[in-house]
Design a protein around this ligand. Structure first.
Ligand code: PLP
Length: 404
């Protein structure tokens, strides 16, 4: 049977305290108990349905977590104050000093900086690999390797991870496969393909309104319990808890994710096809020229398309900057990092979101100076947007005018 992530979200039924159609927001940091014994049991993690303290869990956070678990097909989930606030506790929960992580080299800049610069302070070392090169990955596994880490669609180069093959490798060598699915919510369901833990930055498509940061870890009940354990749980002890008011607002936005993703994908595919026709070096997993087009197709939940992210290469950083400034002036989008907004957002990854990655490594990864990353918005009239973007490129001599 096909996995239907949006149905799973929609089928949940939460009511508010007074029969409200939205669940009540839990506006409390702490909770009373009628009996001292129940308080003790809750501390020990043995009292289902009881709340202790909101850094541990709160009703509002559980509602959002359960909705995201339904989306990803996991037993449960825990929401966090940011995407990084989900990624770092997961890795620290899975690894002790002396352990080794194998990570894709094309990942979010913050994750890269954490693995490269911070985790070694705790004795956790990472090897960065080309995630599309399975033999090289297997050859890099050591007896200390605990985690295989990747993004389903990578930031910013839009490389696609073969989650089925990676999960086989992970199982063979007893590693946990942790997948950051931020770029492809609904389109790709990593758990169904064999991943052990799925992480999202909710900041991006899932919340979709660029008004907050947030994150989630989706996994087994056992793993989420470990993260929340009052004695040794990394999520509990590092304290990156989401606020209840915010989780209530993210839950409301989650309900339109399926409609938004379809529009992001439709618009991005249209622009990618036009840009490619115009002779621009365009990277979009929905293009048959993308090296992992077939792989993405084999993994995707059809309805939601190939996502809202695309990149073009306009040759030089000067071109990229001039184009982004002109597009912003014409109100075609904003020169801003992040993604998943109703407006198109664009940035030059080499000098912004991936600037944590040293220049020589950027080169080796194929991260060129003229690269512009687009998060395509929900534009109602994408044909008009395209014409206006093209005019900008012609004015800046990035594209030659056509004489018909
Ligand atoms: C933004 C992002 C993150 C970090 O999320 P924050 O909410 O900013 O902490 C992690 N992974 C990916 C792929 C992202 O795009």
């Amino acid at each position: 049977m096909k996995f239907k992530p949006a149905n799973n979200i929609q089928d949940l039924q939460y009511f508010g305290e007074f029969g409200g159609v939205n669940p009540s927001i839990s506006d409390s940091s702490t909770y009373t108990f009628l009996s001292a014994k129940t308080m003790f049991d809750t501390f020990e993690g043995n009292a289902d349905g009881c709340y202790l303290y909101s850094r541990h869990s709160s009703p509002s956070n559980l509602y959002l977590g359960e909705a995201l678990a339904a989306m990803e097909g996991t037993e449960t989930a825990t929401v966090t104050a940011s995407g990084m606030g989900a990624i770092t506790p997961v890795l620290l929960q899975l690894c002790d000093a002396g352990d080794h992580i194998l990570s894709s080299r094309t990942i979010y800049g913050g994750t890269y900086a954490f693995l490269k610069n911070f985790a070694p302070r705790l004795g956790i070392y990472t090897s960065f690999v080309d995630i599309t090169d399975l033999p090289a990955i297997e050859a890099s596994i050591t007896k200390n390797t605990k985690v295989l880490y990747c993004e389903s669609v990578s930031n910013p180069l839009l490389e696609v991870a073969d989650i089925v093959a990676l999960s086989k490798l992970a199982k063979k060598h007893n590693l946990k496969l942790v997948v950051d699915n931020t770029f492809s919510p609904l389109s790709i369901s990593p758990i169904k393909l064999g991943a052990d833990v799925v992480i999202h930055s909710l900041t991006k498509f899932i919340n979709g309104s660029s008004d907050t940061v947030g994150g989630v870890v989706c996994g087994t009940q056992d793993f989420i319990n470990q993260l929340r354990n009052v004695n040794n749980g990394a999520a509990m002890l590092l304290g990156s808890t989401m606020d209840s008011l915010r989780s209530a607002s993210v839950l409301k936005n989650l309900r339109t994710l399926h409609i938004r993703m379809q529009q992001h994908s439709k618009n991005a595919l249209y622009l990618a096809q036009q840009f490619e026709k115009d002779g621009l070096k365009t990277v979009y997993p929905g293009l048959s020229s993308h090296p992992s087009h077939q792989l993405f197709k084999s993994m995707m939940n059809d309805t939601y398309g190939f996502g809202g992210m695309l990149t073009i290469d306009v040759g030089t950083l000067e071109n990229a900057n001039a184009l982004m400034e002109l597009m912003q002036e014409r109100n075609l989008g904003y020169l801003a990092v992040s993604l998943g907004f109703y407006k198109t957002l664009f940035s030059a990854p080499g000098t912004s979101t991936s600037s944590e990655i040293p220049e020589d490594e950027q080169k080796e990864m194929g991260l060129s100076d003229g690269l512009i990353r687009f998060s395509i918005g929900l534009d109602a009239d994408i044909e008009r947007t395209y014409e206006m973007m093209k005019n900008c490129m012609v004015e800046l001599n990035i594209l030659q005018p056509e004489f018909v």
